[in-house]
Design a protein. Structure first.
Length: 200
């Protein structure tokens, strides 16, 4: 198994659920303790250790598809494997600062400087890959995020960098098991990425 920097995060993307009746706060306002702690943890590398398995779905005005994924994160390094992604077969994503590589039997080896550029070259998708490491841990990726919470003060929505990210939870857990990322395009249509986390 190989591990690679956080900056070259993953072809992954976030999940499903449209929330209702939630309070929306700019990140600069006073936040509930759990949300505030999650934000503080954003800069704590020790929190960046997880092993995710699940499924993602991508829908754009031009195409749609889904894939199963495994994602192992250890501090600033990761190893991601995708299968069934838009029919291009098993896919491995690797990288280091300034260089990211994607390899599959269908596309061969593709390189780029950033994970976002690599993803667009390989699939035509546009996604905020470097933010996902924070979103799957129920914390915002930027200091400009608008945050909504539920009655348990868990983040249920982030609005940042042109994306709306909805998070949902199973039972009383503090980490989301489902996310959906939505980006409204100039045409009025949208890019949508659904991420279902089946195992952590």
């Amino acid at each position: 198994m190989h591990f690679y920097p956080k900056q070259s995060l993953i072809v992954l993307c976030s999940s499903m659920m449209i929330l209702t009746g939630c309070q929306s706060l700019p990140i600069s306002q006073k936040l509930p303790p759990l949300v505030e702690q999650n934000i503080k943890n954003t800069t704590t590398s020790s929190t960046n250790q997880f092993n995710l398995q699940g499924k993602i779905g991508i829908k754009t005005p031009q195409q749609s598809g889904s894939a199963f994924f495994t994602w192992v994160q250890q501090q600033d390094q990761f190893d991601i494997e995708l299968s069934g992604i838009l029919g291009i077969g098993k896919t491995q994503i690797t990288g280091e600062l300034g260089k990211v590589e994607l390899n599959s039997s269908r596309t061969g080896l593709i390189s780029a400087e950033t994970p976002e550029e690599l993803l667009e070259i390989a699939t035509g998708w546009q996604a905020p890959i470097t933010y996902i490491i924070d979103w799957v841990q129920a914390r915002p990726a930027t200091s400009q995020a608008e945050i909504s919470t539920d009655s348990s003060m868990r983040p249920t929505q982030f609005i940042e960098e042109g994306w709306v990210v909805d998070l949902s939870y199973k039972d009383q857990t503090n980490l989301p098991n489902r996310l959906v990322l939505k980006q409204t395009l100039e045409s009025g249509k949208e890019n949508r990425i659904t991420m279902v986390i089946q195992n952590r």
